[in-house]
Design a protein around this ligand. Structure first.
Ligand SMILES: [Zn+2]
Length: 251
């Protein structure tokens, strides 16, 4: 399909489409069939056998692997056909089936690095008899607490968006040495990304406190990306440059 979109179909397919048949015999069927894209990817014996082996499990929670596997299932018969034609290597259905498992396991692992695998993804991998690894263990993080110096204030601030991007907002609370709340704020930012809300959260928090006369601040925030930018003294996201300069001015 993508070859059709990019106008890079093979010569025999192009000629066939304008009504000039060139008989290319496939090597995936015992009788030999006309080897066009449809045959290689869908109706040839090899493609049919691969699709028949793969059965979509019926579970209620959808996963991401299900959406990605058709790409792999489509790619492998094409790759096999290329190797047979160009390299003279004839791969068996079992060989290609093993490749499918290998790719599925790899994709499954990559998906898991961002989030927990869904029930359906796990079911797919188990049906393919691919070993499902447990979730990645997170190493504990050591946290220090230190008491405020007298006359300083502590600002806790957080920002976020519902969706990324989506409706975004920031909120914060300012407390004194004894934990008494001196001020709290909440600001809507309109539409924005999560990182945008977090950076603006820091900026708004400091600006609002300074406007109220609180200038000696200890700021606590859990925006790992923003903390990293501040440590490095540079923001590597170009479209935050304006806000970033403001943040550096108020810090
Ligand atoms: Zn065939």
């Amino acid at each position: 399909m993508w070859k059709d979109f990019t106008n890079s179909l093979s010569v025999d397919v192009k000629l066939h489409s304008v009504g000039i048949p060139i008989v290319c015999k496939c090597d995936c069927c015992s009788m030999g069939g006309y080897e066009d894209l449809n045959h290689v990817l869908a109706i040839g014996n090899f493609a049919k056998e691969l699709l028949n082996r793969y059965v979509v499990p019926k579970v209620r929670i959808w996963g991401q692997l299900l959406g990605l596997l058709p790409v792999v299932i489509t790619w492998l018969p094409w790759l096999r056909r290329y190797r047979a034609r160009v390299e003279g290597i004839s791969e068996s259905i079992n060989h290609v089936w093993m490749q499918l498992k290998y790719w599925s396991a790899g994709i499954g692992d990559k998906l898991k690095s961002t989030k927990q695998q869904s029930v359906r993804d796990i079911k797919i991998l188990k049906d393919l008899q691919v070993h499902v690894r447990g979730p990645k263990q997170r190493s504990p993080c050591l946290v220090h607490w230190s008491q405020l110096i007298a006359r300083r204030m502590k600002l806790n601030v957080d920002g976020g968006s519902r969706g990324n991007p989506g409706p975004a907002g920031v909120e914060g609370v300012l407390r004194d040495l004894d934990g008494n709340v001196k001020m709290a704020f909440s600001v809507s930012l309109g539409n924005g990304t999560n990182n945008f809300a977090k950076l603006l959260g820091l900026l708004h928090g400091i600006q609002i406190d300074q406007e109220q006369g609180f200038v000696d601040l200890d700021v606590e925030l859990d925006f790992w990306v923003v903390v990293h930018w501040i440590k490095e003294k540079r923001c590597n996201t170009w479209y935050f440059e304006d806000f970033w300069e403001e943040v550096m001015e108020v810090l």
